[in-house]
Design a protein around this ligand. Structure first.
Ligand code: PPS
Length: 294
């Protein structure tokens, strides 16, 4: 049987690869402006947190303004039409044209695309990218919970971890190829690489780092206000953030636990060993390190 049935995953997970060839050129040629900022992540690695932070930083009185519009409208998911089973490229183009091209500048866009698949204009114009990764164990767990939430996934966590380790996650995107694609380019001037655990440990420092990267001046008071606005508790009760437009949610919420080291409460010894092997292999020859607990 098709693999998605063996793993209880919906074909949604492979749609990207099916539709991608006909969209490739369109994504490559998408008009990028120098002042665009792409917030890029492997899914479930702190995207929403960064989207809210960066949007508020880039707009005067951002925290107040953010209260009148959903996050998905302020920071749209760039390639969303390409991962959904849309009917035609025309439909996808019209999404982009209406949803993204109508955004006023400076635009902030969310993406999970691997670095080489970003529009050519990102490099040509020197648009900035803020990338964030998260340790693979918490990432897998968060993705598993998300699949239960949006697809009513019925498999076990062990089964889903196989999906993750084999790279059959949404977009057909193997974890290491996506993370290392950015990590290995981190010396590029237009790329800032962060990690989720660092945001958890010391958010004010991360905010200052982002501000300096994006040439935004912030007072200490503004930094603290923003950290409060984007704390887990505040974001969880913020109806403009803790929603996902157009997606039916099964049991639960978009913002789940928001912790580092959740995996320790769920992983068996056997699963830990599988991940250790996966991490050893994936990290070979790189100086990337993960933080598994704080
Ligand atoms: S998505 O669907 O890819 O955009 O999801 P993403 O936002 O990348 O990841 C969701 C996880 O990030 C956690 N999160 C936060 N943690 C701490 N503080 C804040 N403010 C915050 N906002 C989102 C969210 O809870 C998800 O992690 P889990 O472990 O599932 O709770």
């Amino acid at each position: 049987p098709p693999f998605h049935r063996c793993y209880h995953i919906k074909p949604f997970n492979v749609v990207f690869s099916k539709n991608y060839p006909r969209h490739h050129q369109f994504i490559q040629d998408f008009e990028v402006f120098k002042d665009d900022v792409f917030v890029s992540t492997f899914p479930k690695s702190g995207t929403r947190w960064l989207q809210e932070l960066i949007w508020c930083m880039r707009h005067k009185n951002g925290i107040e303004k953010a209260k009148s519009k959903d996050l998905d409208e302020r920071v749209p998911h760039f390639e969303l039409p390409f991962v959904m089973d849309s009917k035609s490229i025309e439909e996808d183009k019209s999404y982009l044209l209406n949803g993204i091209n109508n955004l006023s500048r400076p635009r902030t866009l969310k993406t999970h695309l691997p670095f080489p698949m970003l529009p050519k204009g990102v490099q040509e114009k020197g648009a900035k990218i803020v990338y964030c990764y998260r340790n693979p164990r918490d990432t897998m767990l968060s993705l598993f919970n998300f699949m239960k939430l949006i697809q009513n996934y019925t498999g076990t966590m062990e089964l889903y971890s196989d999906v993750f380790l084999k790279g059959l996650t949404p977009y057909y995107l193997p974890y290491f190829s996506q993370v290392l694609g950015y990590w290995n380019r981190r010396s590029q001037e237009n790329l800032l690489v962060l990690c989720y655990e660092e945001m958890q440990k010391d958010l004010p420092s991360v905010v200052r780092k982002i501000a300096s990267f994006l040439d935004i001046e912030m007072t200490d008071e503004e930094v603290l206000k923003l950290c409060h606005h984007t704390s887990f508790d505040q974001m969880k009760k913020n109806p403009h953030v803790n929603v996902l437009k157009g997606l039916k949610m099964y049991d639960g919420q978009y913002l789940n636990k928001g912790k580092v080291g959740q995996w320790k409460d769920h992983f068996s010894e056997e699963l830990i060993q599988k991940f250790e092997l996966f991490e050893r292999e994936g990290l070979k020859g790189t100086d990337l390190e993960f933080v598994f607990e704080l």
